[in-house]
Design a protein. Structure first.
Length: 430
């Protein structure tokens, strides 16, 4: 059968155009031969101590979603950030380059940069500093108020966006969570989760007593302000008003979009949890160090319960990816933009799950388990570039840690070709 020449030309042109989008010219020696789907989950101030995988086997911390992600992927034990520039690159600079490679792009959550997200086909960001309950959001430029808890709202939107993709092009998605930021207000379903747990006592010599005394003071002035407007330090009138605003339905009567920070149902659950706490606090009337210890114990419980919404987000997202057959073609990164540590150089959480059994080259498979080597946020940026087959720009610092995620496939031992053996002689890990 004769096939007309113009049909062949058309087919080749189409194939070449399609390949230009879905394939890449990886840096020399890279095992990543085609762009992978990439999801970067960032939390605001999520400390490693609030993740079960980083604790002892008998840890009281319950984070099944993150723990499962760590057990199926890699848990970095020495990850530190060098500055904000790397997060800016991940959220602001890289998207433009990835878009040119044919990636579908989306950003959800807290936008810390100036202006609005650019380079993203979908942006769903919190207005201003954000709110835990019924937040104001900007959906591709449109202002709206969404009822619910902020972590769940952002995760639901992210899942819906992935589900609506055609599946042809790879995607890059940033999910920058608001939690556990600021006032540490848990989801109503998590209230009391750690109420019966004996949390670690506060050491008198611990500098947290000094560091947190001033920071916790306004937070718990706000939380102790009840519906009657009474507060244990009346001089904090501004915070008393903020506390009452949690309940007021006329929080912004001039704005018909925003009905108030809490719905009646949310308020009912909130009161059922906090009213007994407020009552007990007034009865005991702590002072001095006792007041500091009380505030810190409240902080511990509120913080851990707020962070639980992040674990639920991870579980929801990973379950969805597995259900839709995307788990074996998607890199999932979980990290934090900072911690509550006393030292800015404190290690931060970094968990990465690589897709499938390994790269396209069957001689290698992805390793699983803990990684002790020191890595930084700059290395993370370079690694994301390699996951997407981007050629690192000259200004990009750091070094890809992809070699740390790969080991030789034991099923292929003794079956390597001549070129592999030659590379082995020179210590090349690809």
């Amino acid at each position: 059968m004769t096939i007309r020449k113009n049909i062949i030309v058309t087919f080749l042109a189409t194939t070449m155009a399609f390949s230009a989008i879905l394939s890449c010219t990886p840096k020399e020696g890279s095992l990543i031969k085609r762009p992978l789907n990439i999801i970067v989950m960032v939390s605001e101030g999520h400390s490693r101590e609030a993740i079960g995988a980083y604790g002892d086997s008998d840890s009281f911390i319950s984070t099944p979603g993150l723990d499962s992600l760590a057990s199926e992927g890699n848990l970095f034990l020495s990850y530190r950030i060098t500055g904000w520039e790397s997060l800016d690159m991940i959220e602001d600079s890289l998207p433009a380059k990835l878009s040119e490679k044919g990636y579908e792009m989306a950003f959800f959550g807290t936008w810390d940069n100036e202006g609005s997200p650019s380079g993203y086909g979908k942006s769903f960001i919190l207005q201003g500093e954000g709110s835990y309950y019924n937040p104001m959001l900007i959906d591709n430029g449109m202002l709206l108020c969404r009822e619910g808890y902020v972590s769940s709202i952002l995760t639901d939107e992210a899942v819906d966006w992935i589900g609506g993709l055609g599946g042809g092009d790879p995607f890059y998605m940033v999910l920058h969570h608001f939690a556990p930021c600021g006032t540490w207000m848990p989801d109503t379903r998590d209230l009391g989760m750690y109420g019966d747990v004996d949390l670690p006592p506060l050491e008198k010599s611990d500098s947290l007593v000094v560091d947190f005394a001033s920071r916790l003071n306004p937070i718990y002035h706000l939380k102790m302000a009840d519906r009657g407007g009474k507060i244990h330090t009346p001089s904090e009138s501004r915070l008393e008003t903020m506390g009452r605003d949690l309940y007021r339905r006329d929080l912004r009567p001039y704005d018909p979009i925003v009905p108030g920070r809490m719905t009646p149902g949310q308020q009912k659950d909130w009161d059922a949890h906090y009213d007994p706490i407020i009552s007990a606090f007034r009865k005991s009337n702590p002072r001095g160090n006792s007041l500091i210890e009380w505030k810190f114990s409240r902080f511990e419980e509120d913080y851990l319960e707020t962070a639980n919404s992040l674990d639920r987000s991870v579980s929801q997202l990973t379950s969805f990816l597995k259900e839709k057959g995307l788990w074996d073609n998607t890199v999932l990164v979980y990290t934090s933009s900072g911690s509550l540590g006393r030292d800015d150089s404190s290690p931060l959480p970094l968990i990465i799950h690589m897709p499938g059994k390994g790269p396209d080259d069957g001689r290698f498979i992805y390793s699983r388990g803990e990684i002790e080597k020191d890595v930084t946020d700059l290395d993370l940026v370079r690694s994301i570039m390699e996951f997407s087959c981007l050629t690192p720009s000259e200004e990009a610092e750091g070094e890809s840690f992809l070699p740390l995620l790969i080991r030789r496939n034991p099923d292929k031992e003794g079956k390597t070709d001549l070129w592999s053996r030659v590379k082995g002689l020179f210590g090349l890990n690809y």
